[in-house]
Design a protein around this ligand. Structure first.
Ligand SMILES: Nc1ncnc2c1ncn2[C@@H]1O[C@H](COP(=O)(O)OP(=O)(O)O)[C@@H](O)[C@H]1O
Ligand SMILES: [Mg+2]
Length: 331
């Protein structure tokens, strides 16, 4: 809880209608709470203080209408959507959580940074295997900042016409520079599919480098997020261009417990999500795998007319998931 002196300042400034002093005292409270690692409270207070919808003024519909498209084929280059999921829907490592909190804070308080000639982090790189939350984290960033989420459609951006891919990329960057949003370049290394010899790493690097040059030149209002499953192809020249790098990994035991609690919220069950026997069942799975198993087991519970989820439902869903994976590997 904030100190007595700070509370006095806060209430006095509020009662006197001194907005400037009120804001300053509130910011001090938020800083104190964050220092005490009360991250959820701090970010809630921040939202109350700065508001969530103040940043984006353009309605989503008109934004969607102004999305640029590929000249030759007329395909839209971005997909705009309203982000729905929030911080509490996301399970992260401690490192990633604090990086994310920092980025959010820099954006919430960008005016203060600006007065000191500083800009918030606006180029992020997300690396890691599929299903560990790269796309979801971009969505959560957008919802926490009250901004639309724009997913760049790499398959539309990539054109077989010479020079068209670069022109498309430029269109995308111009568009996201003009209106604040969170722009996700998902699997941006897939840009290299431009040529038949994409398997060649030299080619991959060339296209990725072209993209990075555009990123370098970017000075816009949106937060740019590039995501990749292939961080090994990215060299040092790539890494240093991003303000922050988040590494995503399958959940460890602690994160698995949180993930189960989060995904089973509101579902009646016979087991404890903290139980090691239950947790062990999910070892080695990605977050998305875990979610699929839970969805399968919930369906099984409902269809068999039961009201409580139990370990047998989980085990049978895992067996069926394994069978599915084997079929996919053979196919
Ligand atoms: N870290 C996570 N916390 C909570 N749910 C997750 C997490 N990672 C993945 N999921 C679930 O799996 C789905 C797919 O994950 P996604 O974010 O698309 O993974 P990626 O982009 O890394 O391949 C998400 O929509 C979410 O429901
Ligand atoms: Mg993804």
């Amino acid at each position: 809880m904030a100190s007595g002196q700070l509370l006095r300042q806060l209430i006095r400034s509020g009662a006197e209608g001194n907005l400037e002093a009120f804001k300053k005292a509130s910011e001090e409270v938020i800083r104190e709470e964050r220092e005490k690692h009360h991250y959820l409270l701090a970010s809630d207070l921040e939202k109350i203080l700065y508001g969530r919808t103040s940043v984006s003024s353009q309605p989503l519909v008109s934004l969607v209408k102004s999305v640029p498209s590929d000249k030759e084929r007329g395909l839209p280059l971005l997909h705009i959507r309203e982000p729905l999921r929030r911080m509490e829907d996301l399970v992260l490592s401690d490192d990633n959580r604090s990086l994310l909190e920092e980025v959010l804070q820099e954006h919430h308080r960008q005016e203060v940074l600006k007065t000191h000639g500083l800009a918030p982090a606006d180029r992020l790189l997300f690396c890691g295997p599929p299903g560990c939350g790269k796309t979801l984290t971009a969505e959560v960033l957008a919802s926490e900042l009250g901004l639309p989420l724009a997913i760049v459609r790499i398959d539309s951006v990539v054109s077989s016409y010479l020079g068209e891919t670069a022109a498309n990329l430029r269109q995308v960057l111009d568009f996201v520079a003009s209106v604040p949003m969170v722009a996700l370049f998902d699997e941006f290394d897939a840009l290299a599919k431009e040529r038949a010899d994409a398997a060649d790493h030299g080619e991959l690097k060339r296209v990725v480098n072209a993209f990075l040059q555009l990123l370098d030149a970017y000075h816009g209002r949106s937060l740019l997020v590039a995501a990749t499953n292939h961080e090994t192809i990215l060299d040092a020249a790539v890494w240093r261009r991003f303000d922050e790098i988040l590494l995503f990994e399958p959940p460890n035991l602690e994160q698995l417990k949180k993930l189960l609690a989060c995904k089973l919220r509101g579902l009646r069950r016979e087991f404890d999500v903290e139980s090691n026997d239950v947790i062990k069942l999910f070892k080695g799975m990605s977050h998305a795998d875990v979610e699929r198993v839970l969805r399968r087991s919930a369906k099984e519970m409902v269809l068999s007319g039961q009201e409580f989820l139990n370990e047998r439902h989980l085990q049978s869903a895992i067996r069926r998931e394994d069978a599915r994976r084997h079929r996919m590997q053979r196919g």
